[in-house]
Ligand binder design. Sequence first.
Ligand SMILES: O=C(O)COP(=O)(O)O
Ligand SMILES: [Mg+2]
Length: 224
Amino acid sequence: MGDSAASHAFPWPVVLFDLDGTLVDSASDIAAAVNRLLAELGHAQVDEATVRSWIGDGARQLITSALRHAGDLQDIEAVMPRFMRHYADCLLLDPQLYPGVVSTLQALRARGVRLAVCTNKPAQFVPPLLEALEIDGFFDAVLGAGDLPERKPHPLPLLHLAEGFGVDITRCLMVGDSAADAGAAIAAGAPLVLVGYGYRRDFDLHGCGALAVIDRFEQLLELR
Ligand SMILES: O=C(O)COP(=O)(O)O
Ligand SMILES: [Mg+2]
């Protein structure tokens, strides 16, 4: 982090972060959980790259994609409890913070910016993951799937967090990696920055209205 990046005030008083594919590379753990379920159901294993392309819309959508891929027509409700047990067992196998996350969160906090996590990961898994990675202390609020009746790309989670901070949504920067993040930010009226290294699928990172697409997390500090 250069001096110029360190010295100027950050333009937004609140930053809402997506989790998987933005702060944390959790794809290998999620892929392990998916593969444990697929093995139990007698299906072939899938590679991590394939699973990455299914992450971002929550666990139910992930398993919908996995069952569809396997040609399995069974009711998703029947398998979700089994998947959630595998998800819990695999959650902390090998999650990795992306480079620059800790120093950037520290720098943002040092500038008085308030931070939150806004993820479609099932809510019960979010605090233990943040704690294991020792980044839980950076966040004033954490919202996961199931905490509210709607999840991203619905604007509700972002609006709820903004209201909790008492800050207008137009002053809360959303930082994410997926179409769900972009859709939620645009629907809510929040400024949006996308990370280019995440789990995006077929969506136009550069054409969806983001203020910036960054390749390194610490580039957040250079935004003006
Ligand atoms: O669990 C998911 O589907 C994705 O979670 P995210 O919203 O943190 O990317
Ligand atoms: Mg994500």
